[in-house]
Design a protein around this ligand. Sequence first.
Ligand SMILES: [Zn+2]
Length: 109
Amino acid sequence: MGKVLTWVLIAALAWLAWRLVVISRRRASRAGTADSSAPKTGHADNPPEQIVEPERILQCARCGIHLPATEGRFAGGRFYCSEAHRDAGAAGPADAAARPDRNEPRDPV
Ligand SMILES: [Zn+2]
């Protein structure tokens, strides 16, 4: 019976130590995000603590398609869905974005 109690005590102490490590890490990450801009990449060992910002969805100035900002290209203050549209949009970027009806055939990406 004494052995069982010893093992239960060891397990409880290990759990307590693990909880202290988790809580101290959580406090350290919160302190880090409070005074500076939030780091987008957290440590690999605590993925639940990562701050995931919502992805910005932008419209291609050439064909009007919507896609995440990280998947497109920026040129001249405008957003394009691909390098081809970025290059094509440099010639006449205003007509596709300003035109309400987009019945013209779109270039395959
Ligand atoms: Zn496009």
